[in-house]
Ligand binder design. Sequence first.
Ligand SMILES: [Zn+2]
Length: 213
Amino acid sequence: MNLDVLKPATLLLIMLGMLWQCAFADQTPQKRPIFLTVLLHDDIPQAEREHIRRDYFVWLLKDLESFTGRRVYLDFIERTGPLTAIDYQGRHEENTLRDWTRLVDQYIAKHNKPQFITHKYLLLTRNKISAKTLGLTKPGHYAAIASMATYTAAAHEIGHMFGGTHEASEVIYKVGWWCETNITPTRLNLRANCYLYSAQNKKLMLDYLNKAP
Ligand SMILES: [Zn+2]
């Protein structure tokens, strides 16, 4: 019979390991970061690409990082064949989202990307999906489409992917005017954007993210 005998060198390593664990046991472990992969549709002209980070994402990352306590990594991907050339208008919206999800699945498989609830994939398009639709996804899903037609459409869909709902959104009166939080279902030009998630949506998103260490 083969016995697995611990040798002194192994014992020493184990003891060092235990000491290391003791030394760091009282530190809060780093929460798993959020990874947002934004794919820019081929229909976005070059001149409009330059301000996308600032106009659609910088404020969103700041809000997300502040209430989740997680680092948010934003990655832009451009001109990758069928993935950024998908036909997103004039079809049944369910089919559009299904086709987009299939392309994201292929991308994940091809690049060996981890599939975890903290990883989300958003297609940013120049135009609306239809006259009334600015974005598409499902609650808690990992793939979404959002139009550049309003500054908050990307944040709206990202919010849904992290469990946020229309019902939990809010229209807030601040600094003398009304503003819409990111997941407000109907965008009214009369109202401003708050560039924030509502308190209740923050809670829902935290509940969702708490499933990840
Ligand atoms: Zn929505």
